[in-house]
Design a protein around this ligand. Structure first.
Ligand SMILES: [Zn+2]
Length: 383
């Protein structure tokens, strides 16, 4: 869903990007304000001014969305959790944490910070609009009031008790704290999300059919989204929870065949033919520095007559296909981040910046299968 995203720079040290749907939302808000809401609230201005105010208000709304996410980030950091990035999209934003909160209390506080921020921005916007109403022209006052109303609405929608909305996380934390079982809590919230999603969808449909109101479309979209998210929660929740405590160091292959970067393709192919069963290898430089990953498939792409002069380092992949993690990283978190192709990709595992092992597609699949069987993979396994 987040494949096409526009980078918006770094805020408080975190990469922020906007999904294309956020830009669609920005345009829809600006259009709605310029063509209907603003002319009604402040009649008599020229169309150009309605558009300028509409665009500025929409941009202000997007900024307050970012502030909402940054408030999640601030509380997450207070609980010692890192944040990978923030993505803004049509129905709000998402701050991707590097790890799941360890306690229901932390989960709850991180979740509630967003709606509190939105409610505060909303009240500030409305309050400011009231305060300056007598001294400022009506058009900017309307824009300010709309930012206020939009943020109050944002706070309310985000408090709906369904994942991945903040209210869903708060409900999950509450159930988790009551029953002491996070996986069960996820299932309860998933069921809530399905019911709520269906109810919102039906309400939207009724609005659309009975009153011809296109606001119903928005409700249908929100309802469909909540049902979809609940399904994903059902599917991922229990497994993620069983894998929750397993670290990458426990499932990695600690002694992979290493490809010396300075060897020629030909020499290494000969070596690989007689060593182990691997099809993809970590590549190290002469001084032991990690270069990347190379697969037999990568070697095949080197023309036959060039294999005696091309080095392994020349064909090693160091692009984003190669993920480097520490031995203490959580397997569940790794699963969210990477998709490994059989015989093509490897995750490089490091301990104090030296290569400690590798994780391939089979290692991940094995961890999932063992977790499904109710067993935890152990580092001491023979390979
Ligand atoms: Zn939020």
């Amino acid at each position: 869903m987040f494949c096409t995203a526009l980078p918006l720079g770094r805020w408080a040290g975190i990469a922020v990007r906007a999904h294309w749907s956020a830009l669609v939302m920005l345009f829809l808000i600006a259009d709605l304000l310029a063509s209907a809401a603003l002319p009604r609230a402040a009649p008599g201005a020229s169309p150009g001014w309605y558009w300028v105010t509409g665009a500025l208000t929409a941009a202000g709304f997007l900024t307050s969305l970012l502030l909402h996410e940054l408030s999640h980030v601030a509380v997450a950091r207070r609980h010692g959790l890192g944040v990978k990035r923030i993505t803004l999209w049509m129905l709000g934003g998402a701050a991707e944490l590097e790890d799941e909160p360890a306690t229901p209390g932390a989960d709850f506080r991180i979740a509630i910070a967003g709606p509190i921020a939105s409610a505060l921005i909303g009240m500030t916007g409305l309050g400011a609009a009231v305060l300056v109403a007598d001294v400022v022209p009506p058009l900017p006052v309307s824009g300010l009031a709309w930012i206020g109303v939009g943020n109050l609405l944002l706070a309310v929608v985000n408090l709906l008790p369904a994942m991945p909305l903040d209210g869903g996380r708060m409900l999950r934390a509450a159930v988790w704290s009551r029953r002491g079982d996070r996986a069960r809590a996820g299932t309860v919230v998933g069921r809530f999300g399905q019911v709520l999603g269906a109810a919102l969808g039906l309400a939207g449909l009724a609005q659309l059919l009975l009153f011809g109101s296109f606001a119903g479309l928005w409700l249908i979209l929100l309802g469909w989204f909540l049902i979809f998210a609940a399904q994903a929660e059902f599917a991922a929740g229990p497994l993620r929870d069983r894998l929750g405590g397993v670290r990458v160091g426990e499932i990695m292959n600690p002694s992979p065949t290493v490809a010396p970067g300075w060897w020629t393709v030909d020499t290494f192919a000969e070596h690989a033919a007689s060593t182990g069963h691997d099809r993809v290898f970590p590549v190290l430089s002469f001084d032991g520095v990690l270069i990347g990953v190379v697969s037999l498939g990568d070697l095949i792409r080197v023309p036959a007559d060039a294999r005696r002069v091309t080095t392994v380092a020349d064909v090693a992949r160091e692009d984003r296909a190669v993920t480097v993690v520490g031995v203490d990283a959580h397997v569940s978190e790794l699963m969210n981040r990477v998709f490994l192709r059989h015989g093509r990709d490897l995750v490089l595992v490091t301990e104090s910046s030296a290569l400690a092992g590798v994780v391939g597609a089979d290692d991940l699949a094995r961890a999932v299968e063992l977790a499904t069987l109710g067993h935890r993979p152990r580092a001491s396994d023979l390979r």
